[in-house]
Ligand binder design. Structure first.
Ligand code: IPM
Ligand code: MG
Length: 360
């Protein structure tokens, strides 16, 4: 089959990791008889440098017209990069928020899985890491604090900044349905995370999730406060299957969940809308400090490409082949420097990509 993929190499390590993912996709194409046609677009700092804004309308329409979007990472060093002297709406991150909104990517799936090959790199107590864990955070991605009205004013010489956290019931319902659907294909448990002891938006969240749960009687639903969830993630991550939460809580908890797997360099993500369309990107950032050095870990982006095959193209065998190759490569002892432990073979970014290609 033939698929059009819009690629966003982006900034920092983005171009390096996206090129490795493309090589892996090319291997899948030749092995399984598919054709992947790539078109690169600019976003983030790379777009600011050329167009003065982080995302052009043309780039948005290129993304919309593809079957899926594969992204690296965007952004630079916030202390030193000239991009951060621009007003907030012109900075690299504004491009990412805009594409999420324009493509209506309201459901962000971030799996956190402890590979047994990497359990030595896990920062948790040994008895916790021995038990392993395999969870997915389903993060609402186009509402809440990120998209609410905000302003900074000065009143009587005092600076006042305001951000607003708004959700309507439809926004909560559609992402809750995605979470229950995902749980129904897994271990059938949803933990909905909120701050209902304080926030109105969380009380509505909880009520709507309870309503959606009625349509999924075989799925266990529990509610958990976000501060407790942050604690439970390091204490006993094996208790979780699907964690469903709003945008800001999901941003924070997904970094925590990725770190307990040993390295943020391993974790893919999918941002989905109502259709088969999705944007796939590693959960990590652009790591400007190591950009261009060929030492980044390309695995999160390669696994994001696997998620793209599975969710947007229905190519499950092909996605399995990529995931198996990653496990095989790790089992053979190959590591990038972020996941390196004594006795393993340290590889550069491009060498890791090459090994994963060979193992498909
Ligand atoms: C993420 C990132 C983004 C977010 C930033 C870059 C705007 O941290 O994808 O988690 O907060 O959503
Ligand atoms: Mg984040």
């Amino acid at each position: 089959m033939k698929f059009n993929i819009t690629c966003i190499p982006g900034d920092g390590i983005g171009p390096e990791i996206v090129s490795q993912a493309k090589l892996v996709l090319d291997k899948v194409a030749s092995k399984f008889g598919h054709e992947f046609i790539y078109k690169d677009i600019l976003m983030g700092g790379a777009s600011i440098d050329v167009h003065g804004i982080p995302l052009t309308d043309e780039a948005i329409s290129d993304a919309k017209s593809a079957d899926a979007v594969l992204m690296g990472s965007i952004g630079g060093n916030t202390d030193t990069s000239p991009w951060y002297k621009l007003e907030p709406s012109k900075r690299p991150e504004a491009g990412l928020l805009k594409i999420r909104k324009e493509l209506k990517l309201f459901a962000n799936l971030r799996p956190a899985l402890l590979y047994k090959e990497l359990s030595d790199a896990c920062v948790l107590k040994k008895d916790t890491s021995d038990r392993g864990f395999d969870l997915i955070i389903v993060r609402e991605l186009t509402g809440g604090l990120y998209f609410g009205k905000r302003e900074t004013v000065t009143e009587n010489g005092i600076r006042i900044a305001t951000d607003t956290l708004t959700y309507n019931e439809n926004e909560i319902k559609r992402v809750a349905i995605k979470a229950f659907e995902a749980a129904s294909k897994r271990r059938k448990k949803v933990t909905s995370v909120d701050k209902a002891n304080v926030l109105d938006s969380s009380r509505l969240w909880r009520a709507v999730v309870n309503e959606v749960a009625k349509d999924y009687p075989d799925i266990e639903l529990e509610h958990m406060l976000v501060d407790n969830c942050a604690m439970q993630l390091v204490k006993d991550p094996a208790q979780f299957d699907i964690i469903l939460t709003e945008n800001m809580f999901g941003d924070i908890l997904s970094d925590e969940a990725s770190m307990i797997t040993g390295s943020i360099g391993m974790l893919p993500s999918a941002s989905l809308n109502e259709t088969k369309f999705g944007l796939y990107e590693p959960s990590h950032g652009s790591a400007p400090d190591i950009a261009g050095m060929d030492i980044a870990n390309p695995i999160a982006t390669i696994l994001s490409a696997a998620m793209m095959l599975r969710f947007s193209f229905d190519l499950n065998d092909e996605a399995d082949a990529i995931e198996r190759s990653v496990v095989k490569t790790l089992a053979e002892g190959y590591r990038t420097s972020d996941i390196y432990t004594d006795g393993c073979r340290k590889l550069k970014c491009s060498e890791m990509g090459q090994k994963i290609v060979e193992n498909i």
